[in-house]
Design a protein around this ligand. Structure first.
Ligand SMILES: [Zn+2]
Ligand SMILES: [Zn+2]
Length: 330
């Protein structure tokens, strides 16, 4: 499924099977989850994609071929490919454990072709092994919703009372991790979205409310997964003195101006950008222990446009996952 330019549906195309370059794997894609970032790409909000582009960066597949230098994986191994597809290893960020901020980073399904396809190639150093307890479709959302959600959760600190704004793919995973860590979850959903509220309660949130409401207690931290800038002042009002508001998305609408008093008393705002390989190793080791269960809605690969449309309008419960004929959804 090929992206040519914004405001135009993805195009079904036959393209040659890519050849693995130095250090790369050739992967037969089984499943690829659909991320909000994919929407930001196809809607033109992320403005520097490779063109034409095969989107998708939450890929589960099996190794079908490899460059002669690859030692980490064997033919037939099941691997996951995340958003961070390559980093330089040399810049000040790469050398200080912040490869997520690498000046020359390349991103799967954005500046590299991704997983809305039957085959893809990936640098073996940035691929992960997938825990056996997950089927292909269950595992796919772990690779971004899970991973970047996890990075956001770590940024939010150790506080017990955690607010989550936007109850989609990332939140439905992170609520499970947070409960495992004995935290209380306060879930904020679009006003009137009863289905999302019920979903949050079923996953163990202690309170749900509309995003323009205040919770019954002050929160230690809040994570905003929804791409709506107006949530930043709302979340600041919900956190206690010294609390933190973490913006977990790659793009947000403009943040409206707000009185200094809601930031004062050492509240802070930060963003999360991309992921490091360490985030991936940590999260994929933790997920089976929780155990994180992902709820997915599957679509055949060729229905990618429908999956994107449903995600755009908030009509996905959990995560949308595109599947090819080789997927194991158990
Ligand atoms: Zn770098
Ligand atoms: Zn993503």
């Amino acid at each position: 499924m090929v992206f040519d330019k914004p405001d135009q549906p993805l195009r079904t195309a036959d393209v040659p099977v890519p050849k693995p370059g130095t250090g790369q794997l050739l992967i037969r894609v089984r499943a690829c989850a659909v991320c909000r970032t994919d929407l930001h790409v196809v809607d033109g909000e992320l403005t520097q994609p490779k063109l034409p582009l095969i989107p998708g960066h939450e890929i589960v597949g099996t190794v079908q071929g490899k460059d002669g230098n690859v030692q980490r994986f064997e033919i037939g191994d099941r691997v996951g490919i995340p958003w961070l597809g390559w980093s330089c290893g040399e810049c000040v960020y790469c050398q200080s454990g912040q490869e997520n901020l690498c000046d020359r980073a390349r991103f799967t399904g954005y500046t590299l072709d991704g997983g809305y396809a039957e085959y893809t190639v990936a640098d073996q150093r940035f691929c992960f092994s997938i825990p056996d307890s997950y089927s292909d479709t269950e595992a796919a959302p772990l690779l971004c919703a899970g991973l970047i959600g996890y990075r956001s959760l770590v940024k939010a600190g150790q506080g017990k009372r955690l607010g989550l704004y936007g109850f989609g793919a990332a939140a439905h995973i992170i609520v499970q991790v947070a409960r495992y860590q004995q935290r209380e979850i306060y879930a904020f959903t679009r006003p009137g979205d009863k289905e999302a509220e019920e979903f949050a309660l079923a996953l163990g949130a202690v309170w749900t409310g509309a995003s323009n409401e205040l919770p019954p207690v002050k929160l230690d931290a809040a994570i905003i997964f929804a791409p709506a800038g107006e949530l930043v002042p709302q979340a600041l009002r919900a956190v206690r003195k010294g609390g933190i508001v973490v913006c977990g998305g790659i793009h947000m609408s403009d943040i409206p101006s707000f009185p200094y008093s809601i930031l004062w008393e050492e509240r802070s705002i930060c963003s999360v950008a991309n992921l490091t390989r360490r985030d991936g190793e940590e999260f994929l080791a933790l997920a089976p222990k929780v155990p994180v269960r992902t709820e997915v809605e599957t679509f055949p690969l060729e229905e990618a446009n429908e999956a994107l449309a449903r995600l755009r309008s908030g009509r996905i419960r959990g995560a949308a996952v595109l599947v090819t004929s080789s997927a194991d959804s158990r």
